[in-house]
Every structure is written in structure tokens, then in C-alpha cells.
Design a protein around this ligand. Structure first.
Ligand SMILES: [Ca+2]
Ligand SMILES: [Ca+2]
Length: 371
């Protein structure tokens, strides 16, 4: 039985059997006593259910807010000092390497590409077509003909009288000779004299001769033959040295554009004297052989210093080609050579009567401004 139902039955019993101390007439009208049900107000004690408020202790879960100390993870913010890595940003100053980008201004070297405008110099290469004008320079060889006006000597021997003893000397040719001992030491000089023409007296004359029949179209009818002096030197000297080692004899045949009486003038200073000639080997029995040597030469001599040789360019002609071939050598006339003597010609050096003949033609000696 529920508690509230039991309480209701109890009160009802009391109402039937109560109040017996009053006069016993007991009228039924006293039923008003049922008003005592007001004691049911003690149900207010049920307010102690408020002690369930201790569940508020669950509010200590607020100490979970100490999870805020996890905010010390903010010290991980010291990782922000990793931001010091930002100083690595100083590496950004490596960006200054970007100023290396200024090396890009080296791209200004690209303006060196303006050097490409130097390629415009290539158009100067068009000047190379002007080089075709250089072939016009071949016309300059005709200009050599122009230098004829400045020729110090020009000779082709064609019109010389081959039977005249003075054929060569009449054309300005001179001769000289030297004797050397077996060690090559100078023994003596034979002086300078008119170049002989051995054709006029082959048994007695040496050094040089006007000959014929050795030329081609460019050499014409007559040529110059140059060889040694086989009259040198007494019974036991020069070619007659009886014992080895042997003495040698030098024979010189030359023009003297500027001699003792007409020396190199100041006007010639700054000029280059060039000696052009053509040469051919003599294949006959008198052709150069044995130990003989030969040269074309230019020589300056100083009369004020014992005729000392001051310049002596030479060109070896010991082994001339079988066919006519052109040669040249040159000498720059500098101021120190003013007043000196200039000789231009051919030399042989021989011993023991060995053959020494070379053929020459078309001799041209010019002077033109030194390049
Ligand atoms: Ca000739
Ligand atoms: Ca000897």
C-alpha cells in the first residue's frame, strides 16, 4: 500500500472514534476536524535534495583549465627564436648576392655587344674587297716600273758588246778580290778595278763575263756570268796552295751606286735600297761546284773608319735553281750611313781551282721610302 493511501485511512478512523470526552450526544456535525491535514506541510524537508548540489564539485573539472599551462607550449614560441632563423633572413642579405645581380650589370658587357657594332668592322671587311684593290697592287709591280725613275742601276746586258774587254765596266760594274788563309783569316785585298769581260779574253780574264744563250724570253740575248779569280795568288797561294787545309779566294763583282766621290747623301736616309736580280745555275763544266760558295750582297763601307763594313745583308746563291728565278734583298738607309759607300753585287768564295760560275740577269737596284 502506498504511504499516502495508508495515511488517509488512519485519519478516517480517528474521525469516527475521536472526541469521547465531550458530552456524549455526539452530533454528526463535528466533521470539520478533517482540517488537521495541514501537517502534510512537513514535506518541505524534501528541500534537502539540494544537497545533490555537491555535484558542483564536478566543477573542479575547471582545474582542467590548468591545461592552459599547455600554453607554455607557447615557449615553443621560442621556436620563434627560430625566427632568429629569420636572421637567416640575413641570408637575405645573401640577397645582396642579388646585388650580384648587379653582375647583371655585367650584362652591360652585353653593351660590349656594341662590339658587335665592331662587326660593322666586318663591313670594313668590305674593305677587304678593297683588298681587291690590293690586286690592283699587282699593278704596283708596274709601279716597280715606276721606281725605274728612282733606279740606282738597271741592266739586262742585252745591248753590251760581248767582245769588248770593257763591256761590263762601261756599264758601271767593278770587281775586287780578297785572299784568305786556310783558317779564313784575311791575307790581302786586290783593290777595286773595272770588272773584266772574260769573253773577250777567256784565257786571262776572270771574275765576270758577258755571255749569251742562257736566257729565256725574259732574259733576252745576253747575261752576266760571275765566277772566281783563278789568277790568285802566286805560285803557292790562293788557288795554288799545295797543301790542305787550303787558302780561299773571294771574288766580288758589283755596282757602286754611292762611291768614295759620291757618297750616300742625306736624301737617301729613310729610303730602302732593294737589289732585284734573276739567277740560274750553270750546268756546264764551269758551273759552281766543290767547296765553292756564292752570295748576292749589299754592303756599306765607312771611309772615315778605315772602310769598315757597316752593313752587309747577303743572300746565298750557292745552289741556284735550274730555271731563271727572281731574288731580292734590301737595306734600310739610316742616318748613320750618310757619307758612306754602297756596293751591290755578287760574290764567290773558292779554292783549289774549283768551278764557281753562276748566271745572273735583269739586275735592278732601287731606292724607295722605307715602309
Ligand atoms: Ca739579259
Ligand atoms: Ca794550305
Amino acid at each position: 500500500m502506498k504511504r499516502a493511501t495508508l495515511i488517509t485511512i488512519l485519519f478516517a478512523t480517528l474521525a469516527v472514534y475521536g472526541c469521547s470526552s465531550e458530552d456524549g450526544d455526539g452530533a454528526a456535525g463535528s466533521g470539520g476536524t478533517a482540517g488537521s491535514g495541514g501537517s502534510a506541510g512537513s514535506g518541505g524537508t524534501a528541500g534537502s535534495g539540494g544537497s545533490a548540489g555537491s555535484g558542483g564539485t564536478a566543477g573542479s573539472g575547471g582545474s582542467a583549465g590548468s591545461g592552459g599551462t599547455a600554453g607554455s607550449g607557447g615557449s615553443a614560441g621560442s621556436g620563434g627564436s627560430a625566427g632568429a632563423g629569420g636572421s637567416a633572413g640575413a641570408g637575405g642579405s645573401a640577397g645582396a648576392g642579388g646585388s650580384a645581380g648587379a653582375g647583371g650589370s655585367a650584362g652591360a658587357g652585353g653593351s660590349a655587344g656594341a662590339g658587335g657594332s665592331a662587326g660593322a668592322g666586318g663591313s670594313a671587311g668590305a674593305g677587304g674587297s678593297a683588298g681587291a684593290g690590293g690586286s690592283a697592287g699587282a699593278g704596283g709591280s708596274a709601279g716597280a716600273g715606276g721606281s725605274v725613275g728612282d733606279a740606282l742601276y738597271r741592266g739586262n746586258f742585252n745591248s753590251l758588246d760581248a767582245q769588248s774587254p770593257s763591256a761590263l765596266s762601261d756599264d758601271g760594274w767593278l770587281a775586287s778580290g780578297n785572299q784568305f788563309d786556310s783558317d779564313g783569316n784575311f791575307v790581302g785585298n786586290f783593290g777595286t778595278f773595272p770588272a773584266p769581260n772574260a769573253t773577250s779574253d777567256p784565257g786571262n780574264l776572270f771574275y765576270s763575263a758577258v755571255i749569251e744563250g742562257q736566257g729565256g724570253p725574259a732574259q733576252g740575248g745576253q747575261q752576266l756570268s760571275v765566277f772566281n779569280d783563278y789568277n790568285c795568288c802566286g805560285a803557292s797561294g790562293g788557288h795554288n796552295d799545295p797543301t790542305a787545309p787550303y787558302e780561299t779566294v773571294e771574288a766580288l763583282v758589283f755596282q757602286e751606286p754611292y762611291n768614295f766621290d759620291d757618297r750616300i747623301p742625306v736624301e737617301l736616309v729613310g729610303q730602302t735600297v732593294t737589289f732585284f736580280f734573276e739567277g740560274k745555275k750553270d750546268t756546264g763544266p764551269f758551273g759552281l761546284g766543290g767547296n765553292t760558295t756564292a752570295q748576292a750582297f749589299m754592303k756599306t763601307l765607312d771611309p772615315d773608319a778605315g772602310f769598315a763594313t757597316t752593313r752587309n745583308p747577303t743572300l746565298d746563291t750557292t745552289n741556284l735553281p735550274l730555271d731563271w728565278t727572281g731574288f731580292s734583298l734590301s737595306l734600310d738607309i739610316t742616318s748613320d750611313l750618310e757619307g758612306q759607300i754602297l756596293q751591290v753585287g755578287f760574290q764567290t768564295l773558292a779554292q783549289q781551282g774549283e768551278p764557281s760560275t753562276n748566271f745572273y740577269d735583269n739586275v735592278l737596284i732601287t731606292a724607295s721610302p722605307t715602309p
